[in-house]
Design a protein around this ligand. Sequence first.
Ligand SMILES: Nc1nc2c(ncn2[C@@H]2O[C@H](COP(=O)(O)OP(=O)(O)OP(=O)(O)O)[C@@H](O)[C@H]2O)c(=O)[nH]1
Ligand SMILES: [Mg+2]
Length: 421
Amino acid sequence: MYGDSLGQVIDTLFGGPASLWVDAGLFLAILLVVLLVLRARRRRVAKERGRRPDTAAMAQTPVPEPQPGGEAEQRAGKELPAAETLSAQLSHRESTPQDLSVADTIGPETAARPDRMAKPPPGFLGRLKSGLAKTRANLSGSLEKLLGGKTRIDDELLEDLEELLITSDIGVETTLALIEKISLRSAELSCADDLKQALRQEILAMLTAQTPPAGNRASKPRVIMVVGVNGTGKTTTIGKLAARFTADNQKVLLAAADTFRAAAIEQLEVWAQRAGADIVKHRDGSDPAAVAFDSIEAARARDMDIVLIDTAGRLHTKVNLMEELKKMQRTIAKKLPGAPHDVLLVLDATTGQNALSQAKLFNQALGVTSIALTKLDGTAKGGIVIGICHELKIPLRYIGVGETIEDLQDFDPRAFTDALF
Ligand SMILES: Nc1nc2c(ncn2[C@@H]2O[C@H](COP(=O)(O)OP(=O)(O)OP(=O)(O)O)[C@@H](O)[C@H]2O)c(=O)[nH]1
Ligand SMILES: [Mg+2]
């Protein structure tokens, strides 16, 4: 009964839950074919270049610069949509937490809860490292296995690396770009350690090549509209952000514009209390755009610095999520020209490649200005960070590495790369 519009749209477009197993089989089959085609192409390209499978030969045969519209782009252009579409089907979240209680959705207040008391809470880098433990074990562990005992860099090794990166949720397009860059540097790589270093450097370069954050930071109040599909961590991220801003002596107001999910308003109230922020709320089921409108009026009257607007991740079946969010965005702009100053999209890292598809949809509808990627602590799919930075021209601003207030970090490419390897 509770809002199924996004789920239904996806069901209608790609097939319903009943076809999930068929979709899963199809996805795996297509992934296998993609990998086989990539392997075959690489072999053919290597043959055409007349490269011998050793480093010395690689050094003598320069690999051509990737051209716009060149082979790599064409391959990516052809193959990515299929993988994306299928992964969107596979990651389709049917388990809507519509009847979750506040206790189910609210994270612990601080890291100092009993199960963490044995060890003092780690600092920024410690949190990042422990948050990325699963991803590091997956990527770095597999890399060690792959490179262990290898004394030369040959095409076969690069093919295996390509497979490893694709299966680490870095994504086909981003993996191809990385392998292309590594191939170009093959002359300077004489051992497996060199290859690992080169990979690390190229990943860091991708993570740092983001577009600078947009939006007018000087406006008061600064309005941040927080959007994303259900359960990605919007409300939790708002709570964590509010706590940061109030700690920085800013006056923060939260707008409870998720009026659809039972207990959503109560959940936001708990976070407002924790963070020392004000809250504007209406009754369950009321018009979310009206809540946003009132919150801006209240923020101006109370001389607030920041308004954080919580939105629903999934709405009632009669309402289209994107249309509802667009309406809210228009209402906000009417009330305060130039607002919302930020549209922060919250993505759940555990959904892997599907996060990219979500970002594209939300960006088309609302013009996303920044991204928060949550639950990096709960997944081995942290490689998605590299795909997000490379494929979307939207800055990744925050990462969530746990449920407590302290577990939201500014995304720092260097710290992230250090924690990954
Ligand atoms: N481990 C971990 N859990 C997180 C993180 N961020 C959020 N969560 C948890 O994810 C669950 C869902 O978070 P919410 O903030 O309620 O997500 P939402 O997007 O607001 O969900 P809806 O309002 O239903 O759309 C909660 O149990 C949070 O504690 C994170 O970075 N790490
Ligand atoms: Mg919520």
